[in-house]
Design a protein around this ligand. Sequence first.
Ligand SMILES: [Mg+2]
Length: 404
Amino acid sequence: MTAVSVNGDNTPSPNPFFAMPLTRKIIHVDMDAFFASIEQRDRPELHGLPVIVGGSPRSRGVVAACSYEARAFGIHSAMPSVRAHQMCPQAVFLAPRMARYQEVSRQIMALFRRYTTLVEPLSVDEAFLDVTTNLLGEPSATRIAQAIRATIRETTGLTASAGVSYNKFLAKIASGHNKPDGLTVIPPDRAQAFIAALPIGKLYGVGKVTEQKMRQQGIRTGADLLRFSRQELAALFGKSGLFFHDMARGIDCRPVESVRVRKSIGSETTLPKDILDFVRVSTVLFDQVQQVARILAHKKTGGRTLTLKVRYSDFTTITRSCTTPQGFFDAADIVAQLPRLLAATEAGRRPIRLLGITVANLCSEQEARRLRIRQLPLPFPQPRSRNALATTSPELPPHSQTKY
Ligand SMILES: [Mg+2]
């Protein structure tokens, strides 16, 4: 029996292509220069002027948002305000009014919910909408996107750009394709050509560092990415590599999730001094278990996967995880499995600088209760003392239902 999986590499990677619905209709709506547009709307005298929302040019602050008039000067968000002022001395600098932006955001999100119940906000000014089945019974996602843009303009006086496609990443790329006040539709039969022509930096999840790394590999467009196998991209970019591989082929199975779910609950500690002593390692872990258990109880949730993270003094980092159908809901659940994970590390033999415990694959309260009931008759050990953690004894009862 394999005791533990390392970095989850025991999990077979599913072939997402077969799971991908090509018939989904997803819209990504993104407000144009949201903060700055609200300021220009609320103060008509700012119309047509370069408006910058963010830190004062006399501070160390940065640009949070800027109007298209300011963008014409090369100003963009996250740029130091001092620099923005140098580039455009006549720009109007305004302090952000977050409460005001939140108010407009709520108004817009409520508009989205007139069309579908599947709305996933990404931030204050953008959201994914799954309109495959929608509240209007309208078969055309393009017509819905047009209606949404018109409604936003009428009710808020602001403009939005929208992208329509059969998956999230294409819808998002589409919304940015024709900004501001634009609408781009990428139907399934045009996706491949669209991605092939796409500069690599425009791909979802490709930041500056990744882009640089891709360019070093000769990857400049979506078409270049197609030459690399899953294995090659995984070796180069880890988990993201697999996502890039699928994206190049227009595959993205992520559903639009109307409620943002927290994916894991964990506790991590960088130790003030490296620890070699096994008992001391156990003590730190015990505190973390209590902390994680408190959060789980507070959130009335549990998870199916427990992960132990260990960083040795030389910064080598390993993770050991196990997934049980019974799940982890309290300290006892975690403590019952932790010794096995800990035994698969070099704790006690190699100095450790960081320890962490995470419970992932979270399940709802209802689901948790169901699992809990199922768990009760199982002969699980319920260690009560700190010492239980230090035990790495192999004679724990057989966990016949436990998958590793
Ligand atoms: Mg925006």
